[in-house]
Ligand binder design. Structure first.
Ligand code: 173
Length: 323
């Protein structure tokens, strides 16, 4: 009798220890998004998080805290740097307050898969580790060039007399095109257009319907320039604290997410058609002017990068250049 109850107690204790062990092994990462929850980026992230959590039981979980209502976009980078959150979906332009180099990723002209092969990805991570206390995990948006959207017609690439909403992505290029620039988070663009605070804005080819900007947009200027970078970043100490198995699981899921990036080419075609249907007119230049416009964007972008961080810009430039 006595022996049996002792055995039972021992088995129970073992059970408790096993449960505690399992719980200690599973880690939950808190993730915020710098982009709106109803926008295309989070729409595509959400099912990935669901899959991540379903397949990662007992290993790694993601707790999605929310978008700009949970945290202002320009504060997300610092929150990742300091470990206030573990992970974020953001773009470099939103955390130039952490390091100016964050915005250089718009200048990549090779796919992220190639960046992983040619050393660009490692070069990026070295800077992100050292200067931002971050691990650069992976890029979930590619092939999304930026455009100028405006309500004032132009017949040449000149924005003189126009007030244009920007982030750091566009500042130097739009100023080189003689625009007056006003920085705002995406959440303020609609109201700025409505009140005439701005005549136009910079944004990628896709996504302008997400926050209803189509209602306040007359023209899109072609061609596009740069490539919208939207990536998962992680607090470095939080990343280093993960076990090898957890890091491997995270890597596997991030690579699976990147493998879906073919989506963006089709999305571009759909969004172009949708803009046309919504009555947004395209402003096009002759081929020589278009080429000069596109070249100027990169020339101004790299000149600005080289001015802000000469050594790192020179390191990145050959790795980001098209083959
Ligand atoms: O807000 C922006 O215009 C911006 O910088 C950006 C960057 C990447 C994707 C979408 C927008």
């Amino acid at each position: 009798m006595k022996l049996t109850s002792l055995c039972k107690a021992a088995v129970m204790a073992l059970g408790v220890a096993a449960a505690a062990g399992a719980a200690a092994q599973e880690t939950t990462l808190r993730l915020v998004s710098a982009f709106a929850e109803n926008g295309i980026y989070v729409q595509r992230l959400q099912p990935w998080i669901n899959k991540f959590n379903a397949e990662g039981k007992g290993v790694l979980q993601i707790n999605f805290i929310g978008g700009p209502k949970a945290m202002p976009p320009f504060e997300v980078g610092n929150a990742v740097k300091t470990g206030v959150v573990d992970m974020a979906l953001s773009t470099g332009a939103f955390y130039t307050n952490v390091m100016p180099e964050a915005d250089f990723l718009k200048l990549t002209q090779v796919p992220v898969a190639e960046q992983r092969r040619n050393g660009a990805f490692d070069a990026i991570n070295k800077v992100w580790n050292e200067k931002a206390n971050m691990q650069y995990l992976g890029r979930m948006v590619e092939n999304q060039p930026f455009h100028i959207y405006t309500n004032k017609k132009v017949d040449k690439p000149d924005l003189a007399g126009q007030k244009i909403r920007i982030t750091p992505v566009y500042r130097d290029f739009f100023q080189a095109l003689n625009a007056t620039v006003i920085t705002t988070a995406p959440g303020e663009v609609y109201t700025a257009l409505e009140r005439g605070v701005v005549d136009g804005y910079g944004w990628p080819i896709g996504g302008i319907f997400d926050l209803k900007w189509d209602e306040k947009t007359k023209y899109r200027i072609d061609p596009g320039f740069y490539d919208a970078e939207v990536s998962l970043i992680m607090n470095l100490p939080a990343y280093n604290k993960l076990t090898k198995a957890q890091q491997d699981y995270l890597q596997k899921q991030v690579l699976a997410l990147e493998a879906e990036n073919g989506f963006w080419a089709k999305y571009t075609a759909d969004e172009v058609a949708r803009q046309q249907k919504a009555g947004i007119e395209t402003i096009k230049f002759d081929p020589a002017t278009s080429k000069a416009f596109h070249d100027k964007a990169y020339q101004v972008g790299w000149a600005s990068a080289e001015k802000q961080s000469p050594e790192i810009a020179r390191r990145f430039k050959p790795l980001f250049a098209p083959k």
